[in-house]
Design a protein around this ligand. Structure first.
Ligand SMILES: [Zn+2]
Length: 300
């Protein structure tokens, strides 16, 4: 069982790593963004905020090891400098600005994903994945990935953020059919879901050693309302019996879980089950003394 012993330190490090995403709902406050001709339709700023929140909720519900930070969660206007500062100060790993498009030509339609420059590989990778999902999952017309040369000016939030950054245009509010789609809950949800899938896929290919998908049990209870905690003591590529002699020194009941992850280390081993994080932390110090030095507390 030597191989588990060596895996634990490596994996707990990898699993302790968290990816930070800053979601920036464009415009807000006195800046409504693009407007639809139909007075019953919401201004761009409100659509951006709704899509941004659906996206953040999907990530929090279905993913782990990802921290979401918003530049705004209400109808306010942070300046472009402030939006950039939120991303840079938090050392975000990704920055995603959510917008809807507008054009004098009412026929203009489709989605676009903007990057600062085509030479920025990680930004382009995420932008391409988003456009692919917009087309495949949300059934939109994709106008593709564009950079500052296409726009003939640079976008401040893309130019000055230090991490891979993409600005998505989810459709034209000046196009009657797209405005109706973007104003429907279905439209907002499927657009957010397309961005969510693209983001998750991008992370899974760039960080194969981090498990991003929540297990079924933790998906049922959101992180903040979790009523059970355990101590992860090991992980492995192939399933190992929970009564294996390696686990005996933990002196707690061992539960094996199979993660829905692309990481080869699909199986994790949880010792004990505790009603509060405080109790789990107390048991954690015992477990560490018993030889599981890199064990850590997880919400179940
Ligand atoms: Zn905009």
């Amino acid at each position: 069982m030597l191989f588990i012993f060596f895996l634990v330190p490596f994996l707990s490090l990898a699993q302790g790593r968290q990816i930070t995403l800053v979601i920036d709902p464009g415009h807000g406050g006195n800046d409504p963004g693009h407007l639809s001709e139909d007075r019953n339709h919401l201004p761009e700023k409100d659509l951006n905020l709704k899509i941004a929140k659906y996206l953040g909720n999907y990530i929090e519900r279905y993913m782990q090891n990802v921290k979401v930070i918003y530049t705004r969660t209400t109808d306010t206007y942070p300046s472009l400098d402030e939006r950039v500062a939120v991303a840079n100060k938090n050392n975000a790993d990704y920055f995603l600005s959510i917008h809807c498009n507008g054009n004098d030509r009412q026929g203009a339609r489709g989605t676009e994903s903007h990057v600062h420059a085509m030479s920025l590989e990680k930004s382009v990778q995420l932008a391409r994945n988003i456009e692919e999902q917009f087309s495949k999952r949300a059934g939109r017309k994709s106008r593709g990935v564009k950079d500052e040369r296409d726009l003939q000016h640079s976008l401040q939030v893309l130019k000055y953020t230090n991490m891979p950054s993409v600005l998505v245009e989810c459709g034209f509010v000046t196009n009657r059919r797209e405005a109706e789609f973007l104003n429907s809950t279905y439209g907002q949800e499927i657009i957010a879901s397309a961005i969510f899938r693209a983001f998750r896929g991008t992370l899974e290919s760039n960080y194969p050693d981090i498990a991003f998908r929540r297990t079924t049990s933790s998906a049922n209870s959101s992180a903040s309302t979790s009523s059970a905690f355990g101590i992860q003591i090991a992980s492995s590529k192939a399933p190992i019996a929970t009564d294996d002699s390696y686990f005996k020194k933990a002196k707690l009941t061992i539960e094996r879980k199979e993660l829905n992850t692309k990481s080869p280390y699909k199986y994790i081993y949880i010792a004990g089950r505790f009603a509060s994080k405080a109790e789990a932390n107390e048991a954690l110090s015992q477990i560490r003394k018993r030889g599981f030095k890199d064990a850590f507390v997880v919400a179940l």
